[in-house]
Design a protein around this ligand. Structure first.
Ligand SMILES: [Zn+2]
Length: 129
């Protein structure tokens, strides 16, 4: 990957994202980064997050119409609870590779795949009973 010059703001955003496993929303990232850079605006955070996602430094997931961000770009799966919106990582490194291997289309050659499982988390499942 080409090392691009990063702004302090972008670095702070990336540092924060790398420190959490919660797949935060832009607003959550904004609140966290604002502690270090009080002058930062939500628009700047959005712009940087989108830039980082475009550059492949972070991944962007859409959950219930909201964008969530993840610093872990390695192939891994996500599980999204349809009830509370919580995102969990499901680590099966072989699964995306298997999917890619089994992908058969003459029209397209995929290089990566984003696997998302939708369902209900244990906490919500307990509440439903
Ligand atoms: Zn849940």
């Amino acid at each position: 990957m080409v090392q691009k010059r990063k702004t302090i703001q972008m670095q702070k955003i990336l540092d924060y994202l790398s420190s959490v496993k919660t797949h935060p929303k832009a607003e959550t990232v904004y609140k966290a980064v604002k502690k270090d850079i009080p002058s930062i605006t939500l628009a700047t955070v959005y712009r940087n997050l989108n830039k980082l996602a475009e550059d492949g430094m972070i991944s962007k997931l859409e959950v219930n119409g909201e964008f969530r961000f993840d610093a872990d770009c390695s192939l891994h799966e996500h599980c999204i609870c349809k009830n509370c919106g919580e995102i969990f990582e499901y680590l099966d490194k072989k699964l995306p590779k298997k999917i890619l291997k089994n992908f058969k289309s003459k029209k397209f050659s995929p290089t990566s795949v984003n696997v998302i499982f939708y369902g209900v988390c244990t906490k919500c499942k307990k509440k439903m009973k």
